[in-house]
Design a protein around this ligand. Sequence first.
Ligand code: ACO
Length: 320
Amino acid sequence: MTSRIMGTGSYLPELAVTNDDLAKIMDTSDEWISSRTGIRQRRLVKDETTAFMASEASKIAIKEAGIRAEEIDLIIVGTITGDYVTPSTACEVQAAIGAINAAAFDVNAACTGFMTALHTAYAYMAAGIYTTALVIGAETLSKIMDWDDRSTCVLFGDGAGAAIVKKDETGLISLVQGSDGEKGLNLCCKNRGNHHPFIEGDLHTYYTEMNGQEVYKFAVTKVPQCIMEVLEQGNVTAEEVKYFILHQANMRIIQSVAKRLKVSEDKFPISLDTCGNVSAASIPILLDKVNKEGLLKRGDKLVLAGFGGGLTWGATVIEW
Ligand code: ACO
């Protein structure tokens, strides 16, 4: 017995902001952003919250899976931009969709958040603890961007993606994940500082900071490495894989991974051109896009691979 993805869903905010829109408010250009990243527009929230977007994506996934919310016994959300420190986004989603029988919690693995949530769900199911999981990646990254820092704010967007995972005869084939905390500050967003009446408090609000070149080097080395590892572990060849659903950070990273794996770029579907980098939400949004376009059929083999803040990475081979 393993676990299979039975339904997917996604939600993107209505507000679409193009590179040209950004060039009107900061010193940047469509040429700079699109040639270095492949990003042409991103969606940004107006009044949507992380939990709202996660819940909307979940309702679509639940419907597609043909289950009732009461059947879900586990909800895990990968996010670094929950609406509250507590309750978790997963608990907010539970209330919004009426999944009254679920245990719910969030995981923080930045852009690897959906993969970590998915792997955690797989592990619970393999242990025989739960049978029907709702796994979500949801982010409102626009609220942790310094909109005066053109080197980071142009890269990211907001949105959510979800998947229903159920115990089944086929599905998960293999998975790997890892982290390198020593390199963590290459991509970081500091939390609130210490603050109480007995010290001089730190009331500064911090935003996302990134050493782009270090993150690039990390990604183009670690991602092909972990994909090769997960393929070998699953006894699956790259040729047998229909699609590689990668975290959508940067077109150049995706092209480099394709080259290192000696796989055609056609096997790497893209959503970053229209959504930007949506961190934990990017893999489930892209998976839902490919699914809704009717490109997947039962038995297809897929690789999902995420990488990002922590630094963290994770990849899985699944049978659709
Ligand atoms: N518009 C115009 N110019 C800009 C912008 C911008 N938005 N941002 C930076 N620049 C300028 C810089 O000021 C710098 O100018 P200078 O030479 O006069 O000082 C110049 O462009 C080059 O800046 P770099 O930061 O060196 O740009 P680089 O060529 O490294 O490209 C990029 C930046 C695209 C982020 C690259 O480092 C990269 O691909 N990194 C990979 C990491 C990544 O994609 N991170 C995304 C999130 S992380 C994740 O999801 C895992």
